[in-house]
Structures are given as structure tokens and as C-alpha cells.
Design a protein around this ligand. Structure first.
Ligand SMILES: C[S@@+](CC[C@H](N)C(=O)[O-])C[C@H]1O[C@@H](n2cnc3c(N)ncnc32)[C@H](O)[C@@H]1O
Length: 281
């Protein structure tokens, strides 16, 4: 049976629930997003419509909410996304972190918040590998702890597998890097080599909840994530992340999010077209 179109009340109920549960901000004219992304789901569950889905989400969220979040989050990502950002990571940020290691100060902690299917975290792991190799100190790469997190359990499954299809592997990844780090499998998928795959740890997180318990980081990536949140949630997340930076640490946002500008004693640094927030050392 066809699912009836979503009513304004059903849309309002579902969007308030998503906003409260995961910070997702749906504008008034985005009812079509709920319909296009959840229609098959509602149908496959045998529900009468979006109103019944809302009730099920309210009263048994444990099973259904993660599935709805998988469907409603936008997981668009690709390798080395935003050239100017990676240029700054390579030329300004990683050299600073390597200096810290060379001075003998323990480990470097990096957090990729909203990592989607893993391309951003693995791009970083590859870059670290290459830079350490170039410096003649490949062992230094093991001193970087990379934790990558997302709310979408489906995206995290792909990320952990390190396996990508022909389309995804091509998006932003050079043939040289593909040849160096990936192996083509019989089913035409590309498997990331364990030496890079095992350098990243993936976990679930909900950024709309308190995450200060994660501790301090030398580098935080939170790119193209807060654009989907309400302005107050976005502000709270960025303020909390800035407070989690170690002295000398950096917070990298997406190109359109960098207008945040930092607060208090944080500095906004512009490096060859990339803007990031830095905490003085
Ligand atoms: C567009 S992707 C960006 C991926 C990557 N950072 C990049 O720039 O290519 C946004 C990611 O944020 C995640 N996300 C959305 N809401 C979240 C939340 N409340 N907590 C954690 N992750 C969330 C989504 O699941 C999605 O994978």
C-alpha cells in the first residue's frame, strides 16, 4: 500500500525529534527530505505512515532511531576533500605536531568528528605516513593516535571495513596513492592496507550530547558536520571543541563553517586560503 504524503504535523513531530536526538536541523520546506529518505523504510516496516513512525520512534527508540539516523544523515565525503585544508595540514599543522614529537613529548592525539565512511581519517593517516617517510622517520607515524567518530552506524561500518567501491575510490584519490595503499579485490572493491587502516580507531558519538569526556586533542577535524545543526547546537559544539584543544592545538572546520572565528584566547589562522582555529601554545 502506498504511504500517504507526510502531513505538516507529522513533519514537525519528526523534525523536532531529530533535532532533539541528534541536532539535525530541518528547515520548514524540507518535508520532502523526510519523505524521500524514509518512505521505503516506513513501507518496509509495514507502517501506515509517518505518524506511526513517529510514535514508534517515541516509544521504542532503541531499535528504530539508529536506523532513521542512518537514513537522515548526509554522509557525503571524499578523499582529501578541500585542497586548501590538506595543504595547511601538510605544510603548517603536521610539521608543528611532528616538532612536538621530536621534542620527545609523548603522542599526538587527533579527533575526526563526523568522519562518515572514513575517507577523511584515512586521508590523514596516509598523509602522516608519507610525511614521516619523507623525513626518514617512518616510526613517528605510530605516535599519532587518530580517533574518528560519527553518529551513523552504517557509515562507521564502511569506515571500519576500509573497503570502497570503484566510484568512491576515485573521488579525490590519486592513482599513485591508490596503488600505494589499496589492493583491488576479486569483487572489484578496493581494500585499504592494514598499516593505514589500523592506525585509525572508529567509534560512535552523538555530537548533540556532551562529549567533553573525550579529553584533550592536538588536532580536531570537524568539517562539513555542523552545517546540519541548529545555530545554538553548532555554537555549543564548536565552543566545546575549542576548549578541548591542547595548547598549540588546532581545530579545522569546513570551508563554510570557518566564519565561527573562535572565542577568547583562540586565534583564527589563515594559511594559504585555509582558515583554522588555533590555541596558543
Ligand atoms: C557531510 S558528512 C562530512 C564527512 C567529513 N567530515 C567530510 O568533510 O568529508 C557529515 C557527517 O556528520 C555526521 N553527523 C551528523 N550528525 C551527527 C551527530 N549528531 N553526531 C555525530 N556525527 C554526526 C553524519 O553522519 C555524516 O557522516
Amino acid at each position: 500500500m502506498a504511504i500517504p504524503p507526510i502531513t505538516p504535523l507529522e513533519f514537525q513531530q519528526i523534525s523536532v525529534l531529530l533535532r532533539d536526538q541528534c541536532g539535525l536541523y530541518l528547515q520548514e520546506d524540507q518535508a520532502y527530505l523526510v519523505e524521500t529518505r524514509l518512505r521505503d523504510f516506513v513501507q518496509n516496516l509495514g507502517l501506515a505512515g509517518y505518524g506511526e513512525l513517529y510514535l514508534r520512534l517515541r516509544y521504542e527508540p532503541e531499535r528504530l532511531l539508529p536506523m532513521v539516523i542512518n537514513l537522515m544523515t548526509t554522509n557525503e565525503t571524499f578523499w582529501f576533500r578541500d585542497e586548501s585544508c590538506w595543504n595547511a595540514v601538510e605544510k603548517a599543522i603536521l610539521p608543528m605536531l611532528l616538532q612536538k614529537l621530536e621534542r620527545g613529548s609523548g603522542r599526538v592525539k587527533i579527533w575526526i568528528a563526523g568522519c562518515s565512511t572514513g575517507q577523511e581519517a584515512y586521508s590523514l593517516a596516509m598523509l602522516i605516513d608519507e610525511i614521516c617517510l619523507k623525513r626518514g622517520k617512518p616510526e613517528l607515524a605510530r605516535a599519532f593516535d587518530i580517533q574518528a567518530m560519527d553518529i551513523s552506524l552504517a557509515a562507521l561500518d564502511v569506515a571500519r571495513s576500509g573497503r570502497y567501491n570503484d566510484f568512491d575510490i576515485r573521488r579525490g584519490l590519486s592513482e599513485t596513492r591508490r596503488g600505494r595503499y589499496f589492493e583491488r579485490q576479486a569483487d572489484n572493491r578496493w581494500l585499504l592496507q592494514p598499516n593505514i587502516r589500523l592506525r585509525v580507531r572508529f567509534d560512535a558519538i552523538n555530537l548533540a550530547r556532551d562529549f567533553s569526556w573525550l579529553g584533550k586533542f592536538d588536532l580536531i577535524f570537524c568539517r562539513n558536520v555542523t552545517i546540519y545543526f541548529t545555530p545554538p547546537v553548532r555554537e555549543r559544539i564548536l565552543t566545546q571543541m575549542a576548549a578541548m584543544l591542547e595548547p598549540g592545538g588546532a581545530l579545522l572546520l569546513g570551508a563554510t563553517e570557518s566564519v565561527w572565528g573562535g572565542r577568547g584566547n583562540f586565534r583564527t589562522v589563515e594559511f594559504e586560503g585555509c582558515i583554522f582555529i588555533s590555541k596558543p601554545g
